[in-house]
Design a protein around this ligand. Structure first.
Ligand SMILES: C[S@@+](CC[C@H](N)C(=O)[O-])C[C@H]1O[C@@H](n2cnc3c(N)ncnc32)[C@H](O)[C@@H]1O
Length: 283
């Protein structure tokens, strides 16, 4: 169904206000399927009912709000997405983390647009590959996303055959997953139970300070306008420990957005570091 321009405007404004995701007029057609799903959910074929639901810019019914967030977001992800990145984590970062833990320290990792969990679980598998049992001792894992339904999936840690096959070597699949009755794959129970999952909007959330050794903020800022990207990068910078690392998606960087991060090539991969001594950061 085609909608009136005014309707697209109000709907896309709502999405922008609450997620920062910008649907330009040229892309309004991408909203059609999303709006149709929402109408089905609201059991209506009248766009005025949708407008009423988002009246005043704030949906009173949280289920409707979350439905819009779910519809607006792209949750594409897979295990070991960009293998070079995960090889670098395994060969360069994990040994440093284990050393730190051996010396009595703690290591915290945050996947801040976690989608269905493949990112945080891939990091955890990398740690386990280096030292079996290590995720139980000294590590803290946090995974957040703006979408509640995708977080529920992440928490469950159950993946279809297709999802399990995407990026996950067969040896890792058989080692860390067991088959479910419905021919899906369930990650080892201690993985989800070690992760602190919560809803977090990168634009409005209250960021922890100085807490993380690694933050993965991959393939989410691409949907944001420049000023929002800069604001999120500044907050992520504050959330890292001195010496902590920010990982962005392969096509993303901090250039022109943040001067504090120091670009580093670690294990052949571009990473962004908060200097150990902030006074010696990038000029
Ligand atoms: C394309 S997925 C990326 C998943 C994973 N980081 C990766 O690279 O494979 C983007 C995720 O960002 C989430 N997201 C979008 N806008 C967000 C926001 N403002 N705050 C937090 N998460 C957001 C979406 O719900 C989606 O799950």
């Amino acid at each position: 169904m085609q909608f009136k321009n005014k309707f697209y405007e109000e709907f896309s404004d709502y999405i922008f206000k609450h997620t920062g995701i910008h649907y330009a007029e040229a892309n309004y057609y991408q909203l059609d399927a999303r709006i149709n799903k929402l109408m089905k959910f609201l059991e209506t074929s009248d766009e005025n009912d949708v407008l009423k639901a988002i009246q005043g810019g704030a949906v009173k019914d949280q289920r409707v709000h979350q439905m819009i967030v779910d519809l607006a977001t792209n949750n594409e992800t897979y295990f070991f997405r960009d293998p070079g990145v995960f090889n670098a984590i395994k060969s360069e970062l994990v040994p440093q983390w284990l050393e730190k833990i051996d010396q009595g320290g703690r290591v915290s990792v945050w996947s801040c647009a976690s989608s269905s969990g493949q990112e945080i679980y891939s990091i955890m598998m990398n740690i386990e590959e280096k030292r079996p049992g290590a995720i139980e001792k000294g590590f803290e894992f946090k995974a957040t996303d703006i979408s509640n339904s995708i977080l529920e999936k992440a928490k469950a840690g159950v993946y279809s055959q297709l999802e399990a096959q995407r990026g996950l070597p067969i040896l890792m699949l058989t080692k860390y997953f067991k088959q479910t009755d419905s021919s899906g794959w369930q990650i080892r129970e201690n993985f989800p139970s070690k992760v602190n999952f919560s809803n977090f909007n990168l634009l409005t959330g209250s960021y922890p300070t100085g807490q993380f050794d690694l933050i993965c903020c991959r393939n989410v800022l691409i949907y944001q306008k420049k000023e929002n990207k800069a604001m999120v990068l500044e907050k992520l910078y504050q959330s890292l420990k001195p010496g902590g690392i920010l990982l962005l998606g392969n096509t993303e960087n901090t250039f022109g957005l943040n001067k504090d991060f120091v670009g580093q090539t670690i294990g052949g991969v571009a990473m962004f570091q908060k200097p150990l001594d902030e006074n010696k950061g990038a000029a």
